[in-house]
Design a protein around this ligand. Structure first.
Ligand SMILES: CC(C)(COP(=O)(O)OP(=O)(O)OC[C@H]1O[C@@H](n2cnc3c(N)ncnc32)[C@H](O)[C@@H]1OP(=O)(O)O)[C@@H](O)C(=O)NCCC(=O)NCCS
Length: 149
């Protein structure tokens, strides 16, 4: 399988929305939200292509708190047929490299406490739990993770 990570273009909006819906169901970002993120000046959006087919994508926003810039991973997902092939790991590595090139030294994200697949991915990629987010996803709790780059 040839894997390429590229900048996500707004032209892929429909394809990315389908993957987002498949991955997150009721909690998926809407087309309007994804469209906004793909064109936001402060966002980095990457797409993974496996043998030229879109297999997943990742979007991070650059935010600021207490005078410190940090990356915030807003969404990461891989279509079910392409999972466990290292695609999410590779997308995380690529986005972290881009953030580092912008002199950003930390990345934050939120994940459902019961999303064990994603938690394993993040743990393996060096993210650490820094807080619990009560009822962050409706009735479900979330975890706040962070990685120093
Ligand atoms: C979570 C998700 C992005 C992982 O994508 P992926 O491309 O399959 O992940 P990778 O192949 O890079 O996996 C890296 C590691 O994470 C862990 N992992 C990922 N999926 C797993 C699974 N289904 N079961 C057990 N461990 C898993 C493993 O340790 C894996 O390494 P290994 O395959 O060498 O054992 C994907 O399952 C997905 O899109 N899920 C739905 C959306 C979602 O939950 N996104 C995260 C929201 S915070």
């Amino acid at each position: 399988m040839e894997l390429k990570i590229e900048t996500a273009s707004i032209r892929l909006l429909d394809t990315l929305c389908k993957i987002e819906e498949q991955c997150f169901d009721q909690e998926a970002f809407t087309k309007r939200q994804i469209s906004y993120l793909l064109t936001d000046y402060n966002a980095i959006a990457l797409v993974a292509k496996a043998d030229n087919t879109v297999a997943g994508f990742i979007i991070a926003q650059i935010e600021i708190e207490n005078n410190t810039l940090f990356g915030h991973i807003i969404t990461i997902n891989v279509a079910s047929a392409y999972r466990r092939k290292g695609i999410a790991t590779k997308m995380l590595q690529e986005i972290e490299t881009i953030l580092k090139q912008k002199s950003i030294n930390e990345v934050h994200l939120e994940v459902r406490e019961d999303n064990s697949d994603a938690l394993k991915l993040y743990q393996k990629s060096g993210y650490q739990k820094i807080g619990r987010l009560e009822k962050y996803y409706g009735k479900a709790h979330g975890l706040h993770l962070k990685k120093n780059l």
